[in-house]
Design a protein around this ligand. Structure first.
Ligand SMILES: [Zn+2]
Length: 85
């Protein structure tokens, strides 16, 4: 959430007082409104929704696993095809 702003229902900005990380892609943010006259404290849930572009790491990992699963002939054939690029 670095750089993103949380707003209270009153329209004022809120500060994140505490982050309770539940997993790598899910966290509860404990927020407090900066408007002293409001004083609202609340929890915002932050969670992973869906992928727009897959992680390069995941794609690389997948490719390595696929190549490992190939037969020696399959690997040789792939190597030959890759030299064409
Ligand atoms: Zn407020």
């Amino acid at each position: 959430m670095i750089g993103s702003k949380i707003h209270c229902g009153c329209g004022e900005r809120a500060v994140i007082k505490k982050t309770n990380r539940l997993s790598n892609d899910c966290a509860d943010l404990y927020c407090e409104c900066k408007n002293k006259e409001c004083g609202h404290s609340f929890v915002v849930s932050l969670y992973y929704s869906h992928t727009l572009s897959p992680s390069a790491k995941a794609t690389e990992n997948l490719a390595v696993h696929l190549v490992r699963a190939l037969s020696p002939q399959g690997r040789a054939s792939l190597q030959q095809q890759l030299t064409l690029f």
